[in-house]
Ligand binder design. Structure first.
Ligand SMILES: [Cu+2]
Ligand SMILES: [Zn+2]
Length: 211
């Protein structure tokens, strides 16, 4: 507003040099109306001086970025498949497709280390928990950022799951949200959403690094 006022005064001086005070004032009002467009003036830095945070997420999210995570067998299982992550305007979309599972429920989590090198998958460490909460069910009061939940395999051992959340991002600057550098783990059995620290979901039967 200060800049506009200065501009108006300057214009007023130029336009109004030979006028009396009253007519200058009228012209200033006209100019003020004409100038009430700051937001579409891209080259005018005056319109952006109060940009303090509302746009931060939008500015740092890589909209449309896609990561395909190859899931490899662990603990002697036959489980393989892929998980596709896509950064939307607000949410990350996850699409899981797996084969080789035993029929029934299996926990799926994001674990803290992007390391699937060990045969038992334990190189991936514990659940990704950047906000230091207890293990739990997604959407409940306490849960790890990596507590996705359970997927259900059919009699042929196939399972699909889709999941969307605005609590994650793909490659943004916020360490409490960025999934890159972590790993997906699928377990032999279901997450009970209560046992600490990881839901008592048994062996790790598939692992894939998010990179
Ligand atoms: Cu897990
Ligand atoms: Zn957990």
């Amino acid at each position: 507003m200060k800049k506009i006022t200065v501009a108006i005064v300057a214009l007023g001086l130029i336009v109004g040099l030979n006028s009396c005070k009253e007519s200058t004032k009228e012209q200033v009002n006209d100019i003020t109306d004409d100038m009430s467009y700051d937001d579409d003036g891209g080259d005018d830095d005056g319109g952006h001086s109060h940009d303090d945070g509302d746009h931060d997420h939008g500015d740092t999210l890589m909209i449309g970025k896609e990561v395909i995570v190859a899931m490899g067998s662990k603990s002697g299982s036959d489980v393989t498949g892929k998980i596709i992550l896509t950064q939307g305007e607000k949410e990350v979309n996850m699409v899981v497709s797996l084969t080789g599972l035993t029929a029934g429920e299996h926990a799926i989590h994001i674990h803290e280390n992007g390391d699937c090198s060990s045969d038992d998958g334990k190189s991936a460490g514990g659940h990704w928990n950047p906000t230091t909460e207890d293990h739990g069910k997604w959407g409940d009061h306490d849960h790890h950022m990596g507590d996705i939940g359970n997927l259900i395999a059919n009699d042929e051992g196939g399972a699909t799951l889709t999941f969307n959340t605005d609590k994650w991002c793909i490659g943004c600057d916020d360490d409490t949200r960025n999934v890159l550098g972590k790993a997906f783990i699928v377990h032999a059995t279901a997450d009970d959403f209560e046992s600490q620290p990881s839901g008592a979901a048994g062996a790790r039967v598939a692992c894939g690094v998010i990179e």
